[in-house]
Design a protein around this ligand. Structure first.
Ligand SMILES: Cc1cc2nc3c(=O)[nH]c(=O)nc-3n(C[C@H](O)[C@H](O)[C@H](O)COP(=O)(O)OP(=O)(O)OC[C@H]3O[C@@H](n4cnc5c(N)ncnc54)[C@H](O)[C@@H]3O)c2cc1C
Length: 480
């Protein structure tokens, strides 16, 4: 056990999170510089124990699903980019080691992350020729004496040039069949950052192109499914689930600050918030916050990042797509109502420019939303068992309560669904799922009835928009 582990072990969850909150205040998006996170600042976070919830108790960790989520929720309220930074290390890189690596690899790696001066770790899947469709994966592995040789190129990894440890996916083709392998790679094994990228937002995180020519000892192959990527879908789900918590923290801040800005700013003799359409935008942001509070409640009370998430595949696809669309649309509303001042980096009156730049990529990374929506619709079709899609959704536990409570008519989905329809259908399913989560959250927390009603109205309108887009596809001949 480290001194840090000894110090935080007796703390209750509330006491532990209060300590993280205190550390997080240093990273307030209003004042924190837009540059790569300094190691001293990372030490402030690791010193507060942000990595401990993912680690098992025997390695000095707090072993807590709830705390993994609450840490990133708290950080996202202060600084979205710092929350993503932390979620990459805990949810994407360390979690697969904790859950699936051999004991020898755990003993080698995990104690390094339990101390107050912990390194960072990243997750390397995407390649220049392979993002959405993993069939294009080109990084290979082969068995050599004592371990494996991994060769290939990855790009866009968060913490590309700075992380010391990596979880890397590679393939081995044998004639017609293909095998996937997951490996824990230390930078010194042969992980080299050959080029840096400049990202539009999330400036505290570094990105780039990573060339891999590494020897990895045998014990550092992660003991996961090998036949196809679906056997290891769990590895991709944890980051998506954690976005529910991130979105809730981020939107709590955006909702609060957008309203404060609109009340303080004078247009003529009245505050901006006296304008009807500005009030509509504020309602949209508040509603987005409500929906993400409900999704976060679901993630924290119904999921478990400490176990295999594969059975939760459809729910997590819905959480990720809805939460990220609401982050981007709310940041857009906030920036619009802040006017020119919202286009200013470092404005003393608002963080709208930063909120927009930092949130924009959420619908793209961790699985682009269009693909995730398509996969969600396909999953529901495959599960419908001869029923129409609308009949399935009316009976399926994740969506049924919303279909009946709001009298949703989803029969427009009951037709041949080509690729473009599947994407849109996935969105409608995800909004329906979110509407059900709002009902569940309201019942379990006694949430304000007006908030719940408004959120339901916005989600129903989102579903109606999908119905209209189905017609549009037909009129445009896209689905011909
Ligand atoms: C800031 C940032 C951080 C990232 N962090 C990491 C990381 O830590 N580790 C890592 O391995 N990767 C990371 N990535 C990579 C990220 O996951 C990929 O960019 C993403 O999966 C999309 O892949 P691609 O860029 O190759 O886009 P492409 O696969 O070329 O897709 C481009 C676009 O095509 C459309 N599209 C694709 N498929 C479909 C479909 N089925 N239906 C409809 N439209 C579709 C979508 O609009 C999609 O956005 C990061 C990327 C960014 C920008």
């Amino acid at each position: 056990m480290t001194d840090l582990a000894d110090a935080v072990a007796p703390l209750s969850t509330e006491e532990f999170i209060a300590g993280v909150e205190a550390a997080a205040s240093r990273f307030d998006a209003t004042t924190y510089p837009q540059r790569e996170l300094h190691t001293d600042d990372w030490a402030v976070l690791t010193g507060a124990g942000v990595l401990l919830p993912v680690l098992p108790a025997e390695y000095g960790g707090r072993d807590s699903h709830t705390e993994m989520c609450r840490v990133v929720e708290v950080l996202a309220e202060q600084n979205l980019a710092v929350a993503v930074y932390t979620a990459i290390v805990t949810g994407l890189a360390l979690r697969p080691v904790v859950l699936w690596a051999e004991e020898e690899a755990k003993r080698e790696v995990l104690p390094l992350f339990a101390g107050p001066l912990a390194p960072t770790a990243g997750f390397a899947s995407t390649e220049p020729g392979c993002g959405s469709a993993m069939s294009g994966l080109a990084t290979t592995f082969e068995e050599v004496e004592g371990g494996y040789r991994i060769c290939g190129q990855k790009h866009w990894q968060a913490l590309s040039a700075t992380a010391s440890w990596w979880v890397v996916v590679a393939k081995r083709d044998c004639g017609e069949s293909r095998e996937y392998g997951w490996f824990v790679v230390e930078r010194g094994d042969g992980f080299h950052t050959s080029r840096r990228y400049e990202a539009l937002g999330l400036k505290v995180i570094d990105y780039g192109v990573n060339d891999i020519d590494a020897f990895v000892p045998a014990h550092r192959r992660i003991n996961a499914g090998t036949r196809d990527l679906s056997s290891m879908v769990d590895i991709y789900l944890s980051g998506r689930a954690m976005i529910g918590a991130l979105a809730c923290g981020f939107l709590r801040r955006v909702a609060r600050e957008a309203r404060a800005y609109a009340d303080a700013r004078r247009v003529g003799r009245s505050p901006l918030s006296a304008i009807g359409f500005v009030r509509y935008r504020l309602e949209a942001i508040d509603s987005a916050h409500t929906v993400c509070a409900a999704l976060n409640h679901y993630v924290q009370t119904r999921l478990d990042l400490k176990s295999d998430l594969t059975p939760e595949f459809p729910s997590i696809q819905a959480v990720k797509t809805v939460a990220t669309e609401l982050m981007v649309s709310s940041a857009n509303h906030y920036q619009q109502l802040a006017g020119g001042e919202g286009y200013r980096c470092g404005s003393p009156t608002n963080i709208a420019a930063q909120a927009f730049l930092d949130s924009r990529v959420f619908t793209i990374f961790d699985g682009t939303n269009d693909l995730l929506s398509q996969q969600l619709a396909q999953h529901c079709l495959d599960s419908a068992d001869g029923r129409s899609l609308s009949a399935f959704l009316a009976a399926w536990a994740p969506t049924a309560p919303a279909v009946s409570a709001h009298g949703l008519d989803l029969r427009f989905l009951d037709r041949e669904l080509r690729q473009e329809h599947l994407v849109l259908a996935g969105r409608a399913i995800a909004y329906t799922f979110a509407a059900a989560r709002v009902l569940q959250w309201a019942a379990e927390t006694g949430a304000d009835a007006d908030r719940v009603r408004t959120a339901a109205e916005f989600l129903t309108a989102d579903i109606d928009r999908v119905r209209v887009e189905f017609g549009l596809l037909e009129r445009l001949g896209v689905d011909a």
